[in-house]
Design a protein around this ligand. Structure first.
Ligand code: SAM
Ligand code: SF4
Ligand code: SF4
Length: 353
């Protein structure tokens, strides 16, 4: 058997190391964002995973240890809505104790819609959560309800963000997915609102993830256009990335009003530096957001596989990885053709956004 400790961090066929892990802790959500869980599909007849199918916290911890053994340094908890998973702070506390083979603590982060954040911010902080990203697609209740297909007031989300800042998360990042004709008129109000607030606002190009959101290229507002619209109001300057392969392009207000970012998943694919693995709610390993197939880790786990055996299973998948969907789609779009999705793509709420 290959001695894995000699090839850490493990790299795939395109020389990309395995350094980030996203874990979907639930496939359920208290919102129905039209671009993620459209209500026509995720309605009251939709069958979510039964409890027995979900990985337990102990199972997640065991798999996390294997991933860390192969090079993972950051773990992001996501979903679905991760704050709906009961006792999520216990899982955070378990993961926050883990360290890399070099003895460095593993960074635990979480992405949430913040509907339940006000009451949970303190316990998340106390459990050892390092960073927090909040999704918010508009400031007016009307826009927010069109995007999230819910009656939740924006104030609930803003209160959650304020609670996160109060308990010491810094900087809180706010992510806004931009859909032309639906919420792009809120780009400037959002920029204005979060300027000088210590919050980093990041605009995300609407992506063709999953197969239920009816994605169309003409609904994408490109990162370039977003930056141009902001620059017409406030002078901005590009800022160096925090680290190589950072997904968001960083920009700062020239007057010192803080930082914004753009995530150009559609127009500037970042597959070349993609170091992310995803673990679905029921324990499947996906090596790309646009994957059609995941490797079952839960069965061997429940059948008694040892830690080294699980590590080897994960390593074998990463060593064979050649995913670069966005890069191929971008090339196809630029040449006027389309990338035909071979089979049904996996939904983001299940695979973990
Ligand atoms: N429920 C949590 C939330 O909304 O923050 C975590 C899960 S959600 C799937 C993670 C992120 O994926 C959110 O920021 C959401 O806006 C983003 N997302 C979902 N579908 C998307 C799409 N089609 N295009 C771009 N971003 C998307
Ligand atoms: Fe829920 Fe997040 Fe998807 Fe919106 S983006 S439906 S909040 S999982
Ligand atoms: Fe990574 Fe796949 Fe997205 Fe490319 S398309 S950046 S490989 S998740």
């Amino acid at each position: 058997m290959t001695d894995l400790s000699k090839i850490i961090p493990i790299t795939d066929t395109l020389q990309r190391p395995l350094s980030d892990l996203r874990i979907s802790v639930t496939d359920r959500c208290n919102l129905r964002c039209t671009y993620c869980m459209p209500r026509e599909v995720f309605d009251k007849n939709h069958v979510f995973l039964p409890r027995a199918e979900l990985l337990s916290f102990e199972e997640i911890e065991r798999l996390a240890k294997s991933f860390i053994g192969l090079g993972v340094q950051k773990i992001r908890l996501t979903g679905g809505e991760p704050l709906l998973r009961r006792n999520i702070e216990q899982l955070i506390a378990m993961l926050a104790k883990l360290s890399t083979p070099a003895g460095k603590p593993v960074e635990i982060t979480l992405t949430t819609n913040a509907v339940l954040l006000s009451r949970q911010a303190q316990s998340l902080k106390d459990a050892g959560l390092a960073r927090l990203s909040v999704s918010l697609d508009g400031l007016s209740d009307e826009t927010f309800s069109r995007m999230s297909d819910s009656a939740v007031p924006v104030k609930t989300v803003l209160d959650g963000i304020a609670a996160a800042q109060r308990v010491g998360f810094a900087p809180v990042k706010v992510n806004m997915v931009v859909k032309r004709g639906v919420n792009d008129h809120e780009i400037i109000p959002m920029a204005e609102h979060f300027r000088n607030s210590g919050i980093v606002l990041r605009f995300i190009e609407y992506m063709d993830v999953g197969s239920t959101n009816g994605w169309r290229m003409d609904e994408v507002v490109t990162a370039r256009e977003i930056l141009e619209r902001i620059a017409a109001h406030y002078p901005i300057r590009q800022v160096d990335p925090n680290y190589t392969g950072e997904v968001a392009e960083r920009w700062g207000y020239a007057d010192g009003g803080g930082e914004i970012g753009v995530i150009a998943s559609i127009t500037q694919a970042f597959c070349q530096t993609c170091t992310r693995a995803r673990l679905s709610t029921d324990g499947k390993l996906y090596t790309c957001l646009f994957a059609t197939h995941g490797a079952d880790l839960r069965s061997p786990l429940r059948e008694g596989a040892t830690g080294p055996a699980l590590t080897k299973l994960i390593a074998d998948h990463w060593l064979q990885r050649n995913d670069r969907y966005s890069q191929l789609r971008q090339a196809a779009t630029e040449s006027g053709s389309t990338v035909a999705p071979s089979t049904k793509k996996i939904e983001m709420s299940y695979i973990g956004g």
